[in-house]
Design a protein around this ligand. Sequence first.
Ligand SMILES: Cc1ncc(C[n+]2csc(CCOP(=O)(O)OP(=O)(O)O)c2C)c(N)n1
Ligand SMILES: [Mg+2]
Length: 565
Amino acid sequence: MKKTGAQILCECLIEEGVEVIFGFPGGVVLPFYDTLPQYPQLRHILVRHEQAAAHAADAYARVTGKVGVCLATSGPGATNLVTGIANAYLDSVPVIAITGQVATPFIGKDAFQEIDITGITIPITKIGSLVLDVKDLSRAVKEAFYVARTGRPGPCIIDVPKDIFQAKTEYSYPDKVNLPGYKPKLFGHSAQIKKAVDTINRAENPVVIAGRGVLISRAWDELKELAEKAQIPVVTTLLGIGAFPETHVLSFGWMGMHGMHYANKAVDEADVLIAIGMRFDDRATGIVSAFAPRARIVHIDVDPAEIGKNVRVDVPIVGDIKNVLMDLNKGIEPSQHLDWIHQLEQWRLEHPALTIRDSDSILPQYVIHQIYEATAGNAYITTGVGQNQMWAAQYYYYDKPNRLVSSGGLGTMGFELPAAIGAKVGCPKDVVWCIAGDGGFQMTLQEMATIVQEDIDVKIAIINNGYLGMVRQWQEMFYQRQYVGSTLTGPDFVKLAEAYGIPAERISDKVMVRSAIETAMAYKGPYLLDFVVDPEENVFPMVPPGAKLVEAMEWPGINARTLMK
Ligand SMILES: Cc1ncc(C[n+]2csc(CCOP(=O)(O)OP(=O)(O)O)c2C)c(N)n1
Ligand SMILES: [Mg+2]
C-alpha cells in the first residue's frame, strides 16, 4: 500500500525509536502535522520558539543517549533552529532537525519563506539532505539517524518540501545504509594500543583527562577500571564532568579556565596524560604552547580530525572510547602512584578552589551548593552560560554520568530553560533543576508556556545578579571596571512566572535559601525561584585568557571553609 511522505516520515521516526518531537508548525509542514494523529506513539511538544526545540532535542539526547528530534517549518522556522543545531554540533550531540521546505516547483524562486537551510547548515551538520523525491525520503531518514549517532555524534538535517510530504510511494524502511565515504573507525589500532599501554605502565605521574567522549561512548565503567587499576588521578573537562564520579578519591575536579587549580596543576606536572574523548579546547588548555610541558600525551578519540589539531600528541588512538579502553585495560598493570596522588592532595589543600566565603548576602555558590545538598547530588542540572554555568559546574558534585547538561562548545545563553524541558522529557522520573542567569533566562523565557502546557515538572533557579555577570567580571578584570552593556534589568520574574502559571518566589535573605529550594521540590509541578544574589561575585579560580593553566587567579584571601569532602 502506498503511503504519503508525511506518513513515511512518521513510520521512519518510529522505526528509529523516536518517541518525542520538539516542534513548531507552519505552512509547509502542515501535511506532516495533519498526519501526526495517526501515530499516537509520537509525542509532539509545541515549543514557543524553534531555537528551544533544537535545545530541548539536544538535552533530551544528552540525558537519554538517544537521538533527539526537532522540527520546524521553512524559512524563519528553519533559521530559528540554526543556533540550536550549532550548539549540538559543537558539543557532538546527535540531533535530527527536520525542516519543511517550499514545494519543489518553487525551490530557487525566492518563494515565500524559502531559505536554503541545508546550505546554511553545511558547516554545523554532519550531513544534510533536501529530499526532492518521496522515494528518497526513507533512505534520507535512515542515513541521517545513522550518521547522527555513529562515530562522533552530531546533528543532521532533513529538509522536506511540502509536495514531498503529500506525494505517495510504496514504503519500506531500508535496513542498511550505504555511505561509502563514511566509515567511523570503531576499534583502536593494536600497535597504538600497545604503545599506550607501555607509556601508561611506565608513567610515574600520570593523569587521565576525561572529556565528553567518555559520556557519549558510555565508557564510564571502563574509565573507572583504568583509573582504579593503575591508581591514576582523573580530571575532566567541563563537558566531561560526570564521566568519573566527582567524589571518588581519584577525582581531582575539572581543568580549564574556571577549573580547579589542583586539576590544572596536575595536568601541568604530569609525565603522561591520557586524554580521552576531549579536544583540547582553548578554554580547557590555557595557552597551548605552554600546555602540559612535561607530558607524553596519549589521545584517544573517535574523530581523527581531533588528533594533533591543537596540541602535539605522542600516542594517538582513533576509535570508539569504550572499545579502546576495553582493549587498553587488558594490558594495564596494577600500580600505586602514592607519592603523586599525595602531591595532588597537597595541592588541593593549598588551593581549595571550592570555597564559599563568609557573607551575609546570598552568594551564588551557596545557592548551588544548597541545591546539591537538597537533591543529594541526584538531579539533572541544566545551565545557562556565564557565571551561573561555572558555579553550577563547580559547586554541584556530579557522581553520575550526564547529569550536567550545559552548552560548552558554543556557549549558548538561553540554553538552560529549553534544555531543562528536554532533560525532563527524557528522564521524567528524575529531578531537573534549571540554573539560569538573569540574562540567559531572558533569551528563552517564553518556554515557561511550553512547560505549563505540557506540565513539565522542572525547577528553575535564577541566579539573579542584575548583570551579564561573566561579561561584567571580564570588564572588572580586564577593562578597568567599565561596565558597558552589562548592567541588566529584567521583569519581575516572580510575577512573570505567575503570569505563565508557574508558582514562584523571590529569595533575598540567605536564611530562606534552603527552605525555598525544599518548597520548590515538594511542589508537584514547575516552580521558579528568583535568587537575588551578591551582584559582584566573581568566578574563581580563573586562568586569564592567554595565560598558562597554572597562572590562575585564585580567591582573594582563601579563608572560608572548604566544601570539598
Ligand atoms: C547567545 C549569547 N550571547 C552572548 C554571549 C556572551 N556572554 C557570555 S556569558 C554572558 C553573560 C551571561 O549573563 P547571565 O545570563 O545573566 O549569566 P551570569 O554570567 O550573570 O551568571 C554573555 C553575554 C553568549 N554566551 N551567548
Ligand atoms: Mg546575570
